[in-house]
Design a protein around this ligand. Structure first.
Ligand SMILES: NC(=O)c1ccc[n+]([C@@H]2O[C@H](COP(=O)([O-])OP(=O)(O)OC[C@H]3O[C@@H](n4cnc5c(N)ncnc54)[C@H](OP(=O)(O)O)[C@@H]3O)[C@@H](O)[C@H]2O)c1
Length: 296
């Protein structure tokens, strides 16, 4: 019988990181600084509303100041840019996040680029992306940072490993590839990035020592697509209809967990794997911003 895989739950990782963050918040409070996070939410996207509410709740729980700006769906680009300009100047705000996706009339590139890079706690500004590409200290996008934190917590080394990443978004796949391939203790991997135009995806996924799926397709990765002993990180969060659930749906990952888990040595669950890490890393980035901006 093969050994049971290690379940890479994000909850204990998030919990232990939050204890460290609490210490940093207390230290800042002793100097009269309360880290401040501003979220800009445009429109009524239900998932975005849930995410922003959760970010606000967790920020407050840790002792951060948290302000959510809820703007109507027909807000103009000039109005959003003006709000961001005010937040850039507001010394009580150290982190600014613009919840994506934005309504169609807004240009997300222009809006994200207007955030002060020193307050860009989502790490989406080209300045921070550029620093990341150069291997310099930068605000790292929260989901990739959370994935690295999970691997570190469970003692899974990436050094010399072949990591295959499915997805090249600027939120997950691209920054993750930069982090994992860079010369560092928690990088030094050989990285392959796959996307929707990749030919023979299964050929690539079978090469992976560590497979990271961030594509947004429920249960797309099957047992035949992975080799024995692989480590799997499933970033996907997909709603599938389920009449047995009160909400009428349940959340599943990009990986068919039941079929794939027996072939793995370690695998993240969905929900409860990468998900709990993303907001934790956002809080970490906000506290780092507050430390830097207050000269700590
Ligand atoms: N756990 C978390 O906190 C967290 C955070 C962020 C995202 N997510 C989840 O992660 C998933 C990905 O999010 P995202 O924002 O990165 O999505 P995205 O912007 O839609 O990007 C999806 C990527 O997957 C690729 N792709 C799509 N179909 C594919 C296929 N059949 N084969 C190979 N690659 C394919 C796309 O390729 P192209 O570039 O060629 O289009 C794209 O690069 C979603 O389920 C999202 O909900 C979770």
């Amino acid at each position: 019988m093969p050994a049971e895989p290690l379940i890479l739950s994000g909850k204990p990782v998030a919990k232990s990181l939050k204890q460290e963050l609490q210490t940093r918040v207390t230290r800042l409070a002793e100097r009269g600084v309360q880290p401040g996070l501003a979220a800009v939410l445009v429109g009524e996207n239900p998932a975005s509303q849930v995410y922003v509410a959760s970010k606000e709740r967790q920020a407050r729980k840790l002792g951060l100041k948290s302000v959510v700006y809820k703007l109507p769906a027909d807000t103009s680009q000039a109005q959003v840019l003006q709000l961001i300009e005010e937040l850039n100047r507001d010394s009580s705000i150290h982190g600014i996040l613009v919840q994506l996706p934005l309504p169609a009339q807004l240009d997300s590139d222009i809006i994200l680029n207007s955030v002060d890079p020193d307050k860009d706690v989502d790490g989406f500004h080209p300045w921070n992306m550029g620093l990341l590409a150069l291997g310099k200290p930068a605000f790292v996008p929260c989901t990739p940072a959370g994935i690295l934190a999970i691997l570190k917590h469970y003692g899974i080394s990436t050094v010399g490993k072949h990591v295959v990443i499915l997805g090249r978004s600027r939120i997950v796949g691209t920054p993750l590839a930069l982090l994992l391939s860079r010369k560092s203790e928690h990088g030094n991997a050989t990285v392959t990035i796959c996307h929707s135009v990749t030919t023979d995806l299964a050929y690539h996924t079978r090469q992976a020592d560590i497979l990271i799926a961030a594509i947004g397709k429920p249960h797309m990765i099957t047992a035949e697509m992975v080799k024995e002993g692989v480590v799997v990180v499933d970033v996907g969060i997909n709603r599938v209809p389920d009449s047995e659930q009160e909400k009428g749906y349940r959340l599943v990952g990009d990986v068919n967990f039941a079929a794939v888990a027996p072939k793995t040595t370690a695998i993240t669950p969905v929900p409860g794997g990468v998900g709990p890490m993303t907001i934790t890393m956002l809080l970490a980035n906000t506290i780092t911003a507050a430390e830097r901006l207050s000269g700590y």
